[in-house]
Design a protein around this ligand. Structure first.
Ligand code: GLU
Length: 463
């Protein structure tokens, strides 16, 4: 009896997660890794209550283990530019967590890429991939290479040089990278060509986002944007509202914004803004099919300027230099570009202009203070790891097709993607329902994503 009492007391006193203590340790160990620390804090704060109901998690020190990557590869990438000059960049692959499957996550080519950015992205990827219910671990990689202004031949040589180092550490059952910012179908083609030559095997599942015809999946290019709109459609329906006629402001004009614009228009919504690093294009009458097609040319040009849309469609799109998409009055705001792109003052402007829904499509697209302001105003907020999970989910479907040596039709893939997004939405509601009847989608996504990984880690022992 006495003994039993003692065990209970011990459990109550010591067997709980202490977020501040864990964060203080991480901050001391990884000073300056701000994006990574931000991503970890958000997850821990929202799962804390649920986690503490599971003493088996704390006994296996799941949190202390899950916040550190299994391993990080850092490597030099040396290549020759069109002028014959030797250039050197830094390449990385963060293999974060493999409890649910082989490491999976994109490659980002951007001059600001560093370990902190890739650790935050890899950490988010663990829970996002878990939400898809597919057997996918979490990873991320990339390089501080700037594709802007590079020729096609330079992009190819860089991708080949990157793969000289990475090829040994990837494979369908080991780690399967894909695209992310600065890495699209063209780059995946060059990366896969180099991988195949070095590994001496046609192992298509080693990379996803391949072109259709040699291992790629139909709907993969559209998947992140389509999935995001499927999720937003559910958020809108939850409020007894409909997509038709809604004014949507998107940031960015890359692959993700392109997919989201395509599906939004199909559902009768109006995309009234897209943006770029140079400014915003306001499209008062809504984006047209021709303009959506032109987004692909803008990306292929490597100029990275949204102003090109206004030049091509004068009178339809109005460019304002140096401003973000959030100055445009809209019902739904969807950041589709980069982490922390939507700040507190942007959120306040959106709220003042009557925004009804905000959904992150970029990973961690909103700053914590912006999320707090949106949630305080009781405006439904969808977090990136749930809203943008359609991309990696369809990568998972691409791997399934590669393994089975088959190709599904576009409607078959789209139907599976739609179901996965609906299931993710339902999980977020199940775990995010608050006492006042509102839904905290951030909490719901983090708990649902975390639980599956934590249970797998407990079952697989201390490794
Ligand atoms: N980069 C995308 C993401 O953030 C896709 C990753 C993948 O398909 O592996 O989820």
């Amino acid at each position: 009896m006495l003994c039993q009492k003692k065990i209970i007391v011990t459990y109550k006193t010591f067997n709980i997660m202490k977020v501040n203590e864990i964060m203080a340790n991480l901050e001391a160990k990884h000073p300056g890794e701000n994006e990574y620390l931000q991503a970890v804090r958000e997850v821990l704060e929202t799962i804390e209550e649920e986690y503490n109901k599971h003493p088996e998690f704390e006994a296996a020190k799941i949190v202390e283990r899950i916040v550190e990557p299994d391993r990080i590869f850092t490597f030099r990438v040396t290549w020759v530019d069109d002028k014959g000059q030797v250039q050197t960049n830094l390449g990385y692959r963060v293999q974060f967590n493999a409890a649910l499957g082989a490491y999976k996550g994109g490659l980002r080519f951007h001059p600001k890429v560093n370990v902190s950015m890739l650790k935050f992205l890899g950490f988010e990827q663990i829970f996002k991939n878990s939400l898809t219910n597919l057997p996918l671990g979490g990873g991320k990689g990339g390089a501080d290479f700037d594709p802007v202004g590079k020729s096609d031949a330079e992009i190819m040589r860089f991708c080949q040089a990157f793969m000289y180092e990475l090829w040994r550490n990837i494979g369908p059952d080991q780690d399967s990278p894909a695209g992310d910012v600065g890495v699209g179908g063209r780059e995946i083609g060059y990366l896969y060509g180099a991988y195949k030559k070095l590994a001496r095997e046609h192992s298509t599942g080693a990379l996803t986002g391949k072109s259709y015809g040699w291992g790629g999946s139909l709907i993969r290019p559209e998947a992140t944007g389509f999935g995001a709109i499927y999720y937003v459609e559910r958020m809108v329906k939850q409020q007894g509202d409909k997509m038709e006629g809604k004014r949507i402001a998107l940031s960015g004009f890359g692959n993700v914004a392109w997919g989201a614009a395509t599906k939004a228009v199909e559902l009768g919504a109006k995309v009234v803004a897209i943006s770029g690093p140079d400014g915003v294009c306001e499209i008062p009458d809504g984006i047209t099919k021709e303009m959506i097609d032109y987004m692909l040319d803008m990306r292929a040009s490597n100029r990275n300027k949204v102003e090109d849309m206004a030049t091509k469609f004068p009178g339809k799109a109005k460019f304002t230099a140096g401003k973000k998409a959030w100055i445009v009055k809209c019902d739904i705001a969807m950041p589709c570009a980069f982490q922390n792109e939507l700040a507190e003052e942007d959120a306040k402007m959106l709220l003042a202009n009557g925004v009804k829904y905000v959904a992150e499509v970029s990973n961690m697209g909103c700053q914590p203070a912006a999320i707090a302001a949106i949630q305080a105003a009781k405006v439904p907020f969808g977090p990136g790891k749930a809203v943008n999970a359609g991309g990696v989910a369809t990568s998972g479907l691409e791997i399934c097709q590669n393994a089975g040596h088959i190709n599904w039709t576009a409607p078959e893939v789209d139907q599976k993607l739609h179901k996965i997004m609906n299931d993710i939405y339902d999980m977020c509601v199940e775990h995010g329902k608050m006492a006042d009847g509102t839904i905290n989608y951030v909490k719901g996504a983090n708990i649902a994503g975390f639980m599956r990984v934590a249970k797998a880690m407990v079952a697989q022992g201390i490794i």
